[in-house]
Write a protein that binds this ligand. Structure first.
Ligand SMILES: C[S@@+](CC[C@H](N)C(=O)[O-])C[C@H]1O[C@@H](n2cnc3c(N)ncnc32)[C@H](O)[C@@H]1O
Length: 320
């Protein structure tokens, strides 16, 4: 990274953008946790809910644990299996852990888990669900820490596995973070993540069209507004709310393979709006069967190379 950008990272603009990032994700976590139990905070006890995000596009956010399991269950299972294969129990670090759902699940499986995120509010939610889990199910070894992954210094040889779910694409100084991760892993340790690597235009067009046509909880007037303004408008809204959204999507794989030997990599999730389509689809008798069909279709389109997956599941080991 050139000196110019490096300077921006350290100055007031960066500080403010990071604050906004932390506030946005904290607010999302708190809004959801005020409604019930979000999947992002507790995968096992999660409930269905709908959040009104205020003015802007999209306004509604739907959470449905059954849909989350249907769409992403396979990738969560692969991540858990990969951690368990490294060591059981393992010392696990969860990067950009947000409201803590993944960290809590790993701790439930008996691992010693540390979660890091920049949002103190999201971490408060995570802490609350960890405490509730302790009361209901007994001890879990789980701690949270608020820190900036752009500038983090990790303890050398401290972890057996370092994992991330949809968080690395927010990290601007990913080169630095990858270096830290490679030092922080013990011999035989693995970096395991599933993260956004950017939506190709074709995926966005297909996803956007399906979303527009289907009966969703978001009304046709709003969808028409989205269509007229173009999908770019949704992204613009998102980057106002979360300034680092997509910051590292383009070079995530490249920067990983500079420092790591890739053990497994698979692109998944072809239709970019799949999560929104799934979450917003109106209730009806065929809702879940339709979504199962969509998921199979999507998997086939990616497997046979008709669409490029916009997420990457990866396992890697530091290069010697
Ligand atoms: C898309 S959310 C994913 C949260 C969580 N991994 C999940 O799947 O529910 C992105 C997360 O990255 C965190 N984040 C963004 N920039 C960060 C930074 N520089 N350091 C640490 N965390 C950061 C945000 O606070 C947010 O919780």
């Amino acid at each position: 990274m050139g000196c110019g950008k490096e300077k921006i990272l350290q100055d007031e603009t960066y500080r403010r953008a990071l604050q906004q990032e932390a506030d946005y994700w904290g607010q999302e976590a708190q809004l959801a946790a005020a409604k019930g139990i979000p999947f992002s905070a507790d995968m096992q006890r999660a409930e269905r809910m709908q959040i009104f995000r205020g003015p802007g596009l999209p306004q509604l956010q739907s959470y449905d644990p059954d849909i989350e399991r249907l769409m992403n269950g396979e990738w969560y299972e692969r991540l858990f299996a990969a951690v368990n294969a490294v060591s059981r129990p393992a010392d696990v670090l969860v990067l950009a852990c947000g409201a803590g759902g993944l960290s809590l699940e790993l701790a439930r499986q008996g691992h010693r888990v540390e979660g890091i995120d920049i949002s103190p509010k999201a971490l408060l939610v995570a802490q609350r669900f960890a405490d509730e889990c302790r009361k209901r199910e007994g001890a879990v070894d789980l701690v949270y820490r608020c820190a900036d992954l752009n500038y983090i210094k990790l303890e050398p040889k401290r972890y057996d596995a370092i994992v991330a779910w949809d968080g690395l694409h927010h990290i601007l100084r990913l080169y630095n973070l990858m270096k830290q991760i490679s030092f922080a892993l013990r011999s035989g340790g693995e970096l395991i993540y599933s993260d956004s690597v950017g939506q190709p235009l074709l995926n966005r067009l297909i996803g956007g069209t399906i979303y527009f046509v289907l009966p969703t909880r978001v009304g046709y007037a709003t969808k028409l507004r989205i269509a007229i303004q173009g999908l770019g408008a949704v992204q613009e809204q998102m980057s106002k709310r979360s300034p680092f959204e997509g910051a590292a999507e383009g070079n995530l794989y490249h920067l990983t393979q500079l420092r790591f030997e890739i053990l497994e990599k698979q692109r998944h999730t072809g239709i970019g709006f799949r999560a929104a389509i799934a979450g917003d689809l109106k209730d009806g008798r065929f809702r879940y069967s339709f979504l199962k069909f969509m998921k199979r279709l999507d998997d086939c389109l990616v497997r046979y190379g008709w669409l490029r997956g916009d997420h990457l599941f990866l396992r890697a080991r530091p290069k010697l």
